[in-house]
Design a protein around this ligand. Structure first.
Ligand SMILES: Cc1ncc(COP(=O)(O)O)c(C=O)c1O
Length: 448
């Protein structure tokens, strides 16, 4: 019988690590999350499984809050719902002191259902329906207007309510980073923002309370925030003099990176991603140097990714293996790209949750979907993986459990490792009725 070709594994010799046992390859095994054994969690809750760490989430918030609040006296974080709107995640951050930042009527309702009052919600986004604006105004939410059409509608709604309402305006500007985010808000450099402020100042029904801007996501350059804050404060001071008003807040949006491996960046995140203090320094130093003495408008931050990404892991198990034509191993996992939306931009850390022995070699990780694009990692470097080996991927806490798709398979359960090491389900695995519930099969098409 013809022998099967098995790709040889070449292990690089590194001077200094040889000992009497030879060259020992580093084993990269991640057996637990905050002390909770991963294999045991898979046994109890099934695979695949999203796992969030309450401790990591709280610590991350506290570090960020400390970095900003020790440098500026009036700081309020506001949780960006779209980054992760699982009720348990939002609740941890609300318990820590964050208010809510939402970009749709659905997110607004979700924040209200979790116990946020209207005045604890910042309502952003380029589209807010008349009804959504009406509710937000009635409930005194902090509404940042995006464009002139919305401004005009907001005025009509306030008039119909017979109530002069406070609003903010969203700005976009050049902060020296590209691509520029010009989709949202009023442009600063072309004086669109000045026109919007003037339009509000003339309105009988609207009152300008603050300014907002969000300059991008995974921003690796803290100086961009320096420039953003400088431009925002300049605009604020000009507007205040021009219209004899005093603004209450400056909202600088989100955008701080997590310790994630952005594709195309050679250096590891430990080297390429600045610490949160560098951002706090850039924002707060600029604020205190450009604001007039004694002025401390509220600084809102809508930090999403940085807060939650590292708190989330995905555990997925090996469900098959095949030798690929290039001789490398291809493994099938039970989690596909439909639940790892951010895999398009980031390379996750991947490690087995049990020590399988053997030397690491190049391999490809496929998802279970019957789609050729379902490749979770094109070039992973892992030891030979027996069937059912659980693999952990992280950080995946930001944007995946909101942008995941119910496609071909059910979405998996999500659990939280609590501060005391116990585990709780925070979203159960989907079942057929979750998918078919909203569907209607007309009478004449029914088969039974
Ligand atoms: C208005 C607004 N605020 C906050 C965020 C959160 O951004 P990030 O996750 O990069 O911190 C976003 C995300 O795009 C956003 O659009």
């Amino acid at each position: 019988m013809k022998k099967r070709y098995i790709c040889p594994t070449i292990v690089k010799q590194v001077v200094g690590v040889m000992n009497k046992f030879g060259n020992v390859a580093m084993r990269n095994v991640k057996e637990d999350i905050d002390g909770a054994n991963i294999e045991a969690m898979v046994e109890q809750y099934g695979s695949p499984l999203f796992v969030f760490s309450e401790k990591q989430l709280r610590n991350q918030y506290r570090r960020a809050y400390q970095a900003f609040s020790t440098r500026y006296p009036n700081v309020q974080f506001s949780w960006s719902y779209k980054t992760n709107y699982l009720g348990a995640i939002c609740s941890v951050l609300h318990q820590e002191g964050e208010i809510a930042e939402v970009v749709s009527g659905f997110e607004y309702q979700k924040a209200r259902s979790l116990g946020m009052r209207g005045d604890q919600i910042i309502f952003n986004g380029p589209w807010k329906s008349d009804e959504e604006l009406k509710v937000a105004f009635e409930e005194n939410a902090i509404v940042n207007l995006d464009n002139f059409n919305e401004l005009h509608r907001a005025e009509k709604i306030a008039k119909a309510l017979g109530k002069k309402v406070g609003v903010g305006i969203r700005l976009n500007m050049d902060t020296g980073t590209y691509p520029r985010w010009s989709k949202f808000g009023f442009n600063l450099e072309t004086s669109q923002a000045t026109d919007a402020a003037a339009r509000i100042a003339r309105s009988e029904w609207l009152e300008l309370k603050g300014i907002h801007s969000h300059i991008g996501t995974f921003m690796l350059e803290p100086n961009a925030y320096s420039l953003q804050v400088q431009k925002m404060v300049n605009f604020m001071l000009h507007t205040e003099i021009e219209h004899e008003i005093e603004l209450e807040y400056i909202d600088i949006g989100g955008g701080f990176p997590s310790k994630s491996r952005l594709k195309g960046i050679y250096l590891p995140p430990e080297v390429s991603v600045p610490e949160i203090d560098a951002y706090a320094e850039a924002v707060c130093n600029t604020l205190t140097s450009v604001l007039p003495n004694g002025r401390t408008p509220k600084l809102y931050l809508e930090t999403g990714r940085h807060m939650v990404d590292e708190a989330g892991s995905l555990v997925s198990s090996v469900i098959g293996q095949k030798q690929l034509p290039d001789g490398n191993s291809g493994y099938f996992l039970d989690a596909g790209v439909n639940m790892l939306y951010t895999g398009a931009w980031y390379n996750f850390n991947i490690a087995p949750a049990v020590d399988t022995g053997g030397v690491a070699e190049a391999c490809t990780l496929f998802g279970p979907l019957c789609m050729n694009i379902d490749v979770v990692a094109e070039s992973a470097y892992l030891p030979p993986l027996p069937m059912n080996t659980p693999l952990v991927m992280w950080p995946v806490g930001a944007y995946n459990v909101t942008q995941w798709m119910q496609f071909i398979t059910y979405r998996p359960a999500v659990i939280m490792v609590m501060e005391d090491g116990s585990t709780e389900i925070i979203r159960r695995k989907e079942v057929l009725e979750d998918v078919t519930g909203p569907e209607v099969v007309p009478q004449k098409l029914q088969l039974k």
